[in-house]
Design a protein around this ligand. Structure first.
Ligand SMILES: [Ca+2]
Length: 384
C-alpha cells in the first residue's frame, strides 16, 4: 500500500502546480474535475485531507496499472522470500546432516578403538591362561585306574566311576582315562567302548595311535596310552572284553595277561590265557586266524599278514583294514576278531550301527549280532 502512496506523491500535486498554472495559464485541476468528479469518485471521502476531486484526478487505467505493478512487486518480493527461505532451509538441513555425519564418524572411531582394546585384552587373557597351564603341571590321580582305586579305597567308601587323570610310571605323559570302579571289583581302565555307533571308527593309523572319541562315551583310548599303562615296571595287566548282543544277551572274554610292544613294533599284542563265555576269537580256531602277537594295522599301515594277499572264503584280500571298512585292529590274515568293526554304508542304511566282530560267540552256529562292547584292563600283579 505504501508503494501506492509513494507513487501518488510522485505525481504532479495540485498544490505544487501553482507556478505551472500561473506560467501557462492552464488549470489542469479544473479540466480533471470536469472528466471524473461526478463519474468515478462521487461521495468518497478524500484521503489525507486531499479534496475528493484531486484523488479522482488519477485515471482508472493508471490505478489499475499501479495496482498491477504493486501486485507484481509484492509477488516478486514473495518469490524472493520463498527462494531465500528455501536456500536457508537447504543450508540448515545440510548443516544438520554434516553435524550428524561428524558425530557418526566420532562414534565409529570410538567403536573401533574399543574393539581394538577388547582384542588386546582377550589376547592378554589367552596368553595368561596358557602361561598358567604351561607352568602348572597336570595333577594326576594315579598311575592307572587300578592304582587310583588302590590309593582311594581306604579313604573313600565308594569310589565313583568316571574320568580320571593318570600318569603312568616312566613316562612324561599325563592323560585322561575313564575308570570303571563298579564293575567286577573296579580299578578298570577302559581302553575302548562302543555303545551307540555314533563315533566313526574308520580312522587312519595316527588316530588309532593317539586315540579318538569321547571318554565318557564311545572311544578308543589310543595305542600309545595303552602302551604307557601296560608297560609300567613290575606290573601285569589282564584284559576284559564285555559284549552285549542286539537281543541284550551278555558275554565276555578275558585274558590273564595283556601287553603291547612299542610303536616301532607296531604295538604288537601279547595275550595270556583265555577265560570266558564268548570264545577266544583273538586266537580263533586255526593258527592262521591267531591274532596273538600280531602287529596293529590301519587303513594306511598294513601289517595284516596278507602279503601280498590272502585268500579268505575264496576271496582275494590284500588289506584286512580295507576288508573291514577301513578300521584298525591286530589283524592276522584278518582273523575272527575286530572289535573296531564298522558297518558299510549299505549296512548302515539298514539300521546297523556297528559291525563288531567276535566270531566265536555264536548261538546255534550263528554269530550274535553285537551292539555294544567295552574293552578294559586292570592290574593283576604289582610290585606291592
Ligand atoms: Ca596286506
Amino acid at each position: 500500500m505504501w508503494t501506492t502512496i509513494v507513487l501518488l506523491l510522485l505525481l504532479p500535486h495540485p498544490l505544487s502546480s501553482t507556478d505551472t498554472e500561473n506560467s501557462t495559464g492552464f488549470n489542469q485541476s479544473e479540466i480533471g474535475s470536469e472528466d471524473f468528479s461526478d463519474a468515478s469518485v462521487k461521495g468518497q471521502t478524500p484521503v489525507g485531507g486531499v479534496k475528493g476531486r484531486d484523488t479522482c484526478s488519477i485515471p482508472c487505467d493508471i490505478t489499475v496499472k499501479l495496482l498491477r505493478d504493486e501486485k507484481h512487486s509484492v509477488c516478486g518480493q514473495l518469490q524472493q522470500s520463498l527462494l531465500s527461505f528455501g536456500r536457508s532451509t537447504r543450508k540448515l538441513i545440510r548443516d544438520v546432516m554434516e553435524e550428524q555425519q561428524r558425530a557418526l564418524d566420532i562414534l565409529s572411531s570410538q567403536v573401533t578403538e574399543l574393539m581394538t582394546k577388547v582384542q588386546t585384552l582377550s589376547f592378554e587373557v589367552q596368553r595368561s591362561n596358557s602361561e598358567i597351564y604351561s607352568v602348572r603341571p597336570v595333577q594326576s590321580h594315579g598311575r592307572d585306574c587300578s592304582d587310583i582305586k588302590d590309593s582311594l579305597v581306604s579313604v573313600v567308601p565308594k569310589i565313583p566311576s568316571g574320568i580320571y587323570i593318570v600318569h603312568p610310571e616312566n613316562t612324561d605323559s599325563s592323560f585322561e582315562v575313564f575308570c570303571e570302579m563298579d564293575y567286577m571289583g573296579g580299578g578298570w581302565t577302559v581302553v575302548q567302548r562302543r555303545t551307540d555307533g555314533l563315533t566313526d571308527f574308520k580312522r587312519p593309523w595316527a588316530d588309532y595311535a593317539d586315540g579318538f572319541g569321547n571318554l565318557a562315551g564311545e572311544h578308543w583310548l589310543g595305542l600309545k596310552k595303552m602302551f604307557y599303562i601296560v608297560n609300567q615296571k613290575e606290573t601285569r595287566f589282564q584284559l576284559h572284553v564285555a559284549l552285549t548282543s542286539q537281543d541284550d544277551v551278555t558275554s565276555y572274554a578275558s585274558y590273564d595277561d595283556f601287553s603291547l610292544d612299542s610303536e616301532t613294533q607296531f604295538f604288537s599284542v601279547h595275550l595270556g590265557r583265555y577265560a570266558g563265555s564268548a570264545g577266544d576269537a583273538f586266537r580263533g580256531y586255526e593258527q592262521e586266524q591267531n591274532q596273538d602277537t600280531a602287529p596293529f594295522s590301519a587303513s594306511d599301515v598294513d601289517n595284516d599278514g596278507c602279503n601280498p594277499f590272502c585268500s579268505i572264503d575264496n576271496r582275494t584280500v590284500e588289506s584286512c583294514s580295507t576288508q573291514h571298512n577301513h578300521t584298525g585292529w591286530w589283524f592276522n590274515q584278518c582273523g575272527l576278531a575286530n572289535l573296531n568293526g564298522s558297518p558299510e554304508d549299505a549296512e548302515q542304511s539298514q539300521g546297523q550301527r556297528t559291525n563288531i566282530l567276535w566270531d566265536t560267540w555264536r548261538q546255534n552256529g550263528v554269530p550274535h549280532t553285537i551292539k555294544s562292547v567295552t574293552i578294559k584292563i586292570r592290574r593283576i600283579a604289582t610290585n606291592n
